[in-house]
Design a protein around this ligand. Structure first.
Ligand SMILES: C[S@@+](CC[C@H](N)C(=O)[O-])C[C@H]1O[C@@H](n2cnc3c(N)ncnc32)[C@H](O)[C@@H]1O
Length: 231
């Protein structure tokens, strides 16, 4: 049977404004040096640790990193952690590459495509944490199948996150908040870590923020952070 992720349909934008020469140069340099290529996936299952320096002691994944601010900040905070970022929007990838170059980060690897094409290649239990932050809400009921956190995605993440590892979800959108929470709570492999309302109303301690969160705050929308632990 064909796996649903063999040919996933991506509904977001892959391109925005034409890149300026400096952005394009950063993108080309970044992808050449930090991009995850098909050759790197040739013999699955892949333990992505081999893509990083020998001192890399754990791996985290951000799905839909947007402009890459959060990913770059995390990578700078934790130089011994390897960070994988996935984002099909090429202008966002160019922005992340700029951060990587400017901050001289060596612990980020970039998948510039739909995450669903990468996940099936990875070794089980290889990830310590996965971040899905302010995903596109697709608020209309008829677009529900376009939301990134589907039950199949949770099944896949349950295989890839190690026992005791973390799944961090965040959103400012009411439909997305309910969707993220309801689906994850329903999944047997994840346990919601919140004990009081403050646990989901306030960001995690080391939270660097994201561009979409800043936009939401400026427009007066409240964000929520849902932290799940892999049992
Ligand atoms: C609303 S933006 C949020 C960006 C960023 N996380 C932030 O908070 O600023 C959602 C991002 O998820 C990306 N995305 C959507 N589906 C994806 C997929 N299947 N794989 C990887 N990224 C995806 C989109 O391209 C978009 O950049």
């Amino acid at each position: 049977m064909q796996h649903p992720y063999d040919q996933p349909q991506f509904y977001g934008r892959r391109r925005g404004r034409k890149l300026r020469p400096a952005q394009d140069a950063a993108l080309q340099y970044g992808l050449a040096n930090y991009g995850i290529t098909d050759a790197m996936l040739a013999q699955p299952p892949i333990n992505p640790r081999q893509w990083f320096d020998a001192n890399c002691d754990s791996l985290c994944l951000e799905i839909g990193f947007g402009g890459g601010e959060h990913l770059a900040a995390r990578a700078s905070q934790s130089p011994h952690t390897g960070f994988i970022g996935a984002e099909p929007f090429i202008n966002g990838v160019a922005s992340l590459c700029r951060h990587v170059i400017d901050q001289n980060l060596n612990n980020i690897r970039v998948w510039s495509d739909d995450i669903r094409l990468l996940l099936p290649h990875l070794e089980h239990h290889c990830l310590q944490a996965v971040y899905i932050l302010f995903p596109d809400p697709w608020p209309k009921q008829r677009h529900q199948a376009r939301r990134i956190l589907q039950p199949e995605m949770l099944d896949m993440l349950a295989q890839l996150i190690c026992s005791g590892g973390e799944l961090l979800l965040a959103s400012d959108d009411p439909t997305a908040k309910s969707w993220l929470l309801a689906n994850s709570i329903r999944h047997d492999s994840f346990v919601w870590q919140a004990e009081t309302a403050a646990d989901w109303r306030t960001p995690p301690l080391d939270w660097p923020g994201t561009r979409y969160m800043q936009k939401a705050e400026k427009q007066g929308r409240k964000s929520a952070w849902f932290r799940f632990s892999r049992v």
